[in-house]
Design a binder for this molecule. Structure first.
Ligand code: 13P
Length: 254
């Protein structure tokens, strides 16, 4: 496990052609070449993975991630991509259970569970996304929803299997809306999640687990978020598309 080295991850969602993605990565590489204390991850669309992987080469400080995958290893699943395909395209991470997958593509906690299992067996590090909607928060159901998402999402996993796990708390109401959770709101949830993991998997594991915050993270708010004791990084959509802005996020300390 990567002992809570800060991780700044860009989720490019359905943006950028292969060429645009490679151009962005070239700029990002130049802008972040001296960074060693922060891990950078970029999750482009599937079509750009191989090109970016070739561009990144081996041993750099930028890791490649995918935005989704299927839980089966191969077969008649038109339009789907397997964990092994992602691994061989150069991915180290895969984002699973993103709220947009849950909201628009019928992802459930059960399918997330199967995907995490498949990702781990292929040697990919899963980034498990959890988060409540605005309605759920207003009804004081935030912690119930998170409990369900992590409990079912991680059902039947033993501690040893989960060493590469990363968790991302992304309140649905803060994604792409410009509304960021306050640092206190985010810290409260991150601390809750860390305690949940301590109870379920022990303190040693929970103290090493990286929990990222996502939802309208920008260069203007990242420093305050990263100052919170249980926030170990960010999963960023909109502000990760421009390499200059992503580089500013990576340089959040300066
Ligand atoms: P925004 O940063 O655009 O709010 O998106 C967050 C997100 O969904 C990252 O996965």
């Amino acid at each position: 496990m990567d002992s809570r080295r800060p991780l700044i991850a860009g989720n490019w969602k359905m943006h950028k052609t292969g060429k645009q993605a490679v151009d962005s990565i070239r700029q990002l590489k130049d802008l972040t070449s001296s960074v060693t204390d922060v891990e950078i991850m970029v999750a482009p669309p599937f079509t750009a993975l191989s090109q970016i992987s070739a561009e990144l080469g081996a041993g750099g400080n930028i890791a490649l991630g995918a935005q989704n995958m299927h839980w089966e290893s191969e077969g008649a699943f038109t339009g789907e991509i397997s964990a092994n395909m992602l691994k061989s395209a150069g991915c180290r991470y895969v984002i699973l259970g993103h709220s947009e997958r849950r909201q628009f593509f019928g992802e459930t906690d059960q399918t997330v569970n199967k995907k995490i299992k498949a990702a781990l067996s292929a040697g990919l590090a899963p980034v498990l996304c959890v988060g409540e909607t605005e309605k759920q928060r207003n009804e004081n159901k935030t912690f119930n929803i998170l409990d369900k998402q992590i409990k079912i999402g991680l059902e039947n996993f033993v501690l040893n299997a989960l060493q590469s796990l990363v968790v991302a708390y992304e309140p649905v109401w803060a994604i792409g809306t410009g509304k960021t959770a306050t640092t206190d709101q985010a810290q409260e949830v991150h601390n809750y999640l860390r305690k949940w993991f301590a109870k379920e998997y022990g303190t040693e594991f929970s103290q090493k687990l990286r929990i990222l915050y996502g939802g309208s993270v920008k260069p203007a708010n990242i420093k305050d978020l990263m100052a919170m004791p249980d926030i170990d990084g960010a999963l960023v959509g909109g502000a990760s598309l421009d390499p200059n802005s992503l580089s500013q996020l990576v340089h959040y300390k300066s």
